[in-house]
Ligand binder design. Structure first.
Ligand SMILES: Nc1ncnc2c1ncn2[C@@H]1O[C@H](COP(=O)(O)OP(=O)(O)OP(=O)(O)O)[C@@H](O)[C@H]1O
Ligand SMILES: [Zn+2]
Length: 715
């Protein structure tokens, strides 16, 4: 796709982001792809973005990265894309739950894979911004598509044909197979996924992503066709089928944005998205925000009446909160509740290199919206159009864009019925002019959900899949402090995926725990061969933590213990706060320290001082941090009294050493307490370690059975 052909295609040209939108658009029934060089005027403006050549390789390792975490994606994409266009390519891949950069940049499986991989990793959901920034950068890449609308049945077949042919090309799958599939003829050509992967030489490193993409697509399709239950059973057989359905699903998914630009990049038209199907009912765990927005809904339902009655409303509402907490969803719900059109725009798409383009897009957006009032205009990532960082060389014309936005906002009266909702993760970054009265002067906070909210969100998404009775959403909610709605949705999806891949009929607690850990710690490192000695040490180390937690009164209850290596850790014990803890007592803090000490103490007791490992350093970090805060922040040291010591650098040497002394004492006492417990319960410690060596992962109940000296049923 990234290779150049010399034909300049003057037809409808749409950047990749709109290709995606085209996929979502009910209007677009045919999408064909052709590669050509950018139009002349564009080319001149982007000379530094030279076309990619095929040779030089930029290794992720050269960047000091062996693997990309989701969080690093934005940065990396930002830093790499320019490099890519200078003719560099990235080799080495991004891990499964991350994006396969190799397939993205080297275009291994064609552009469809860009979607499927992005989607399969739930990145589109979690990081819409990433996708958008990839796409808006790609605007200057030689990717052009052509879109036509057909409405007849025949054209549907045609679309399927072209889809299948394209798929066939990009995925190296027999066109007849694909076509058969898209037409839901699940007959003849179905091969097993494994076989397919072998015959198609999918590199091992990509197989996971491939599988995940398939199954993800399957789930999506499942949700769409509502045939949730019986198809889950057939999963394995249809794993291949899944991806295709997923792509098919993309065409229909009503939740994703539906914008489609029909003109060239310089002058764009906007279509509203009617969000009838999204209501407040769909947004869980953000009750306060919903309440605050209720008034806006009333206003939109009847703007004239509202203002006659003396109601006063801001023109602009700023939704502020971390990524994935449902800001976009809330804005849609406002439009949905009031049953008015919803205009979606993302700040980053106004970010333009060309004079006046961003501003003209804003103008178009408002013109369309005003003509269709009452309505909601939603501007996601408001900070990227209205940020303070305005005169950067990367964004030469953003000042114009923001001025245009301000002018538009000032240019209509409140009773015209246009409500502008902006969303941002960084309200501090916004240009002050934007938050003045008459502009975005109402702020609604959309926080990460608390334990109750998390339970609701989990229940909501669990109800879309099949799960068995063991599943207790509240337990998962308690173990997912800090997760956003999007992450919780992802957790449930990943669990369903895992169940599907494992051939299970229902999701159980096991899959949910598995995906929770996966999200928390990165994918399981099954492949790492750890020799038995190490495994044994890990087993005793982790049981050490667990024993202390079990026998210490104020420690948090154990959730599970595992010696399965994950991310950088060899094993771990997870505890479950009974509630989100806002306050902790002295004895709870001490208990936490003791639990941290348990690992090293165990190593020392079992293997002797000479054989202790480095594995406890983060445990000590933990314990030390707690002790330090107890002394310097919480006034929990008798000697230093109820006083806080904030800038330890500025204290007198005496005070500093007194603090250190106190911390040392706390840590030493904690170490001794842990030692005492492990000595007292040596037998239980051994039993637990052995059980871990046998079963690798034990949940709370299983740990209890072992510690009560009962025999564990073989699972
Ligand atoms: N509170 C919630 N209730 C139900 N679903 C949620 C909630 N929060 C997030 N989600 C799910 O996560 C998806 C992504 O959330 P959304 O795009 O609304 O987040 P956002 O706050 O706008 O994120 P960003 O700041 O990254 O744009 C939603 O489409 C929805 O499926
Ligand atoms: Zn440890």
């Amino acid at each position: 796709m990234f290779s150049l052909s010399s034909t300049v295609q003057p037809q409808v040209t749409v950047p990749l982001s709109h290709l995606i939108n085209a996929f979502h658009s009910p209007k677009t029934t045919s999408v064909s792809v052709s590669a050509s060089i950018p139009q002349k005027q564009h080319r001149d403006a982007v000379t530094e973005h030279e076309a990619p050549s095929s040779e030089p390789i930029l290794n992720l390792r050269d960047l000091g990265l062996s693997e990309l975490k989701i969080g690093q994606l934005d940065q990396l994409v930002d830093s790499l894309l320019p490099g890519f266009f200078k003719g560099k390519k990235i080799s080495s891949h991004w891990h499964t739950s991350h994006v396969s950069a190799q397939s993205f940049f080297e275009n291994k499986y064609g552009y469809l894979d860009v979607f499927s991989t992005l989607r399969s990793s739930c990145l589109y959901r979690q990081h819409p911004r990433t996708l958008q920034s990839i796409c808006s950068d790609l605007q200057y890449s030689p990717v052009f598509i052509q879109c036509r609308g057909f409405k007849t049945l025949k054209s549907r077949t045609r679309r399927l044909q072209s889809t299948s042919e394209r798929l066939a090309e990009t995925q190296h799958i027999a066109p007849s197979f694909v076509k058969g599939f898209l037409l839901r003829d699940r007959g003849s050509d179905v091969e097993s996924l494994d076989k397919l992967m072998k015959t198609k030489n999918i590199p091992e490193a990509h197989q996971d992503a491939f599988k995940t993409g398939f199954a993800e697509g399957f789930l999506k399709a499942q949700a769409l066709t509502q045939k949730t239950n019986d198809s889950l059973r057939r999963t394995r057989l249809f794993l291949l089928v899944l991806l295709l359905l997923g792509i098919y699903g993309l065409l229909k998914n009503p939740f994703l944005s539906v914008r489609f630009r029909t003109t060239t990049g310089l002058d764009s038209a906007v279509d509203p998205v009617q969000m009838k199907n999204v209501t407040f009912e769909h947004v869980k765990g953000v009750e306060e925000a919903k309440q605050e927005l209720q008034e806006v809904v009333e206003f939109l339902k009847n703007p004239q009446k509202f203002t006659v009655l003396g109601g006063k409303l801001p023109k602009g509402i700023l939704l502020v909160g971390p990524p994935g907490t449902g800001k976009t969803l809330l804005a849609r719900a406002v439009a949905g509740e009031a049953d008015v059109p919803f205009y979606y725009a993302s700040g980053s798409e106004f970010d333009e290199m060309f004079v006046g383009v961003g501003a003209s897009r804003i103008r178009n957006l408002f013109r369309e919206a005003k003509a269709n009032a009452p309505c909601v205009i939603f501007i996601d990532e408001l900070d990227s159009v209205g940020g303070k960082r305005i005169e950067s060389p990367m964004h030469p014309y953003s000042r114009q864009t923001i001025n245009q936005l301000l002018a538009e906002m000032d240019g209509f009266k409140p009773n015209e019925g246009v409500i502008i909702i902006g969303a941002t993760n960084f309200p501090e970054a916004l240009d002050n002019a934007l938050i003045r009265p008459g502009r975005f002067d109402m702020q609604v906070t959309v926080p990460r959900p608390d334990v109750k909210g998390r339970t609701e969100i989990l229940k909501w998404y669990l109800n879309k899949i099949k799960f068995d009775q063991s599943v207790d959403p509240e337990i998962i909610a308690r173990g997912t402090v800090g997760f956003s709605g999007a992450e919780l949705e992802n957790l449930v999806n990943q669990a369903a995926l895992k169940a599907a891949v494992d051939g299970k009929e229902m999701v159980t607690m096991k899959e949910l725990e598995f995906s929770k850990d996966k999200i928390l710690m990165g994918p399981e490192r099954r492949s790492v061969e750890i020799d038995n000695k190490n495994k044994t040490i890990t087993a005793y180390h982790e049981s050490g933590h667990a024993i202390i937690a079990y026998y210490t009164k104020d420690a948090m209850p154990i959730n599970k213990a595992t010696i399965m290596p994950r991310g950088p850790t060899l094993g771990h014990v997870s505890l479950l706060p009974e509630n989100d803890r806002w306050n902790e007592t002295r004895s709870q803090l001490l208990a936490q320290m003791d639990v941290s000490m348990g690992g090293r103490v165990a190593e020392e007791l079992i293997f002797g001082t000479d054989h202790i490992t480095t594995g406890a350093s983060s445990d000590f970090d933990n314990a030390t941090k707690i002790a330090k805060r107890m002394v310097t922040k919480f006034g929990m040291s008798e000697k230093l009294g109820v006083m806080t010591y904030n800038d330890t650098g500025k204290l007198s040497p005496e005070t500093q050493s007194a603090i250190e002394q106190e911390i040392r004492i706390l840590l030493r006492d904690s170490y001794e307490r842990a030692k005492h417990i492990l000595k007292t319960h040596a037998k239980e410690h051994k039993n637990l370690a052995e059980a871990l060596l046998t079963y690798e992962t034990l949940d709370a109940k299983e740990i209890q059975i072992v510690l009560e000296g009962k025999k564990l049923e073989v699972r």
